[in-house]
Design a protein around this ligand. Structure first.
Ligand code: FRU
Length: 456
């Protein structure tokens, strides 16, 4: 699989479609698979939503609910927007009148065309103030904004992107959502812009812009700064669910990178999404940034395994078998630096595979090194062999880290989601030990706890 698609909440169920190849495990024959959940964690596969149209692929897009039947396709229809990618790329719709069990392609497709070769990944949302449906589309290296009353006829309104953010590659999978700014009464707009290549560590990545949106035009409030949704190498094609309860903005990304996504050393499947994340904004040193929290849906699936408080690290401290054999687990830790220049820890297994995390106390950064984490030689270009680095966005002098460790991935949430770092890893067996280290002084592990993630 690759991108999440058609994400919409309807009658108590979250729908998730996804780009996939029904006939193989590399990118080809792009179709929309379909899965559903009530809790955002445990999923049930459903029949595929969309298959190829002749020779054309079904590329990415979003979905909405037509509550007032403005399209005439049926009250409460799920309307999925997708890109038909053949000789050119055009925007099309398919609709479902049976809660997503089956989708019918609209007979008068396409609904929007262009002469631009890269013209794709429509995301549609309701804009209250102008009483219109808005579509944001990725077009080459910019975004285009259209509006409509009926989902079928679209009017071009504006373009965004020239001279803004990173332009190392083509812009893909856009989204535009309004979010509260933590600790204030403000609400601002977040424009998500996936880019490939051009990511901070090579290949694919998700950048974002914060600003205002008047229904026709998005204005970026910080044009000189490039902001990243995640500081790992494997977090791409991120977009949000439509029609969610309580106006929650829940994002989902694909945990991979087009540099090696077709070569990953797994069998019977290839790729997964990251954990669903609740999005907010926060202010830090005069700028507004994205905060990504682990969806609370995970809480019922956490089971305590081990914990410890007040461990002073002078040079080295090892805690063995802290996971008690768990296949997937969450580690929460609070670290307080006393006098170290560098501090950190390594998760490792008994076969010698390990992932190291280094905190630079002066630069206030976290670096993750997966170059000795297990299978690493599947990618002849060595694009996989990188260390990723994130600013800590500290609030006070406590460094709080939450790690979600699964069979082939580690997602780091720093300081309550003020930064995240998502990286794939392929250890020969799960990491079960942790080794803390410090250079140039001491630090304290104020607390560490490990909880198993168990869904069955
Ligand atoms: C992003 C992307 C989209 C496109 C889809 C095709 O990963 O390239 O722009 O719609 O994948 O599978």
């Amino acid at each position: 699989m690759n991108d999440p698609n058609g994400m919409v909440y309807h009658n108590g169920t979250y729908h998730l479609c996804f780009q996939y190849n029904p006939y193989g495990s590399t990118w080809e024959n792009m179709s929309w698979g379909h899965a559903t959940t009530k809790d955002l964690i445990t999923w049930t596969h459903q029949a595929d939503a969309l298959h190829k149209d002749g020779l054309s692929d079904m590329f990415s897009g979003g979905a909405v609910i037509d509550k007032n039947n403005v399209s005439g396709l049926g009250k409460d229809a799920i309307i999925a927007f997708y890109t038909n990618a053949g000789i050119g790329q055009t925007q099309c719709i398919a609709y479902s009148l049976d809660n997503g069990n089956t989708f019918t392609k609209y007979k008068n497709n396409p609904i929007l065309t262009s002469s631009e070769p890269d013209f794709r990944d429509p995301k549609v949302f309701w804009h209250e103030a102008t009483d219109k449906w808005i579509m944001i589309l990725a077009v080459g290296q910019h975004m285009e904004i259209y509006n409509s009353d009926n989902f079928l006829d679209w009017t071009y309104k504006s373009s965004f992107g020239e001279g803004e953010g990173s332009h190392g590659g083509v812009w893909e999978c856009p989204d535009l959502v309004q979010l509260p700014v933590e600790g204030t009464q403000k609400r601002k707009w977040l424009l998500i812009c996936n880019i490939n290549p051009g990511g901070p560590f090579g290949g694919s990545a998700a950048q974002y812009f914060v600003g205002s949106f008047d229904g026709e035009r998005f204005t970026n409030e910080a044009p000189v700064q490039t902001k990243w949704m995640d500081y790992g190498k494997d977090y791409y094609a991120t977009v949000t669910w439509s029609n969610t309860p309580d106006n929650r903005v829940i994002a989902l990304g694909w945990m991979s990178n087009w540099q090696y996504g077709n070569q990953l050393p797994t069998k019977q499947y290839r790729s997964a999404t990251a954990i669903p994340r609740d999005l907010k904004l926060f202010e830090h040193e005069g700028q507004t940034y994205l905060k990504s929290e682990i969806s609370k849906g995970l809480n019922p699936f956490l089971h305590k395994i081990s914990s410890l408080e007040g461990l002073n690290v002078n040079k080295d401290e090892t805690l063995e078998n802290i996971t008690k054999g768990a296949k997937a687990y969450q580690v929460d830790m609070e670290l307080k630096n006393e006098s170290a220049d560098k501090l950190g820890f390594k998760l490792f297994n008994d076969k010698g595979d390990g992932v190291s995390f280094y905190i630079d106390a002066h630069k206030k950064t976290l670096k993750m090194d997966r170059t000795k984490s297990g299978l690493t030689d599947f990618d002849p270009t060595l694009a996989y062999m990188v260390k990723t680095i994130a600013p800590l966005f500290l609030k006070d002098d406590l460094i709080k880290l939450t790690l979600l460790v699964d069979t082939c991935s580690i997602e780091v949430f720093g300081n309550g989601g003020r930064f995240t770092m998502t990286n794939l890893v392929f250890p020969q067996e799960q990491f079960n030990n942790i080794h803390f280290f410090s250079y140039g002084g001491d630090f304290e592990v104020k607390s560490i706890s490990v909880q198993e993630i168990k869904t069955k």
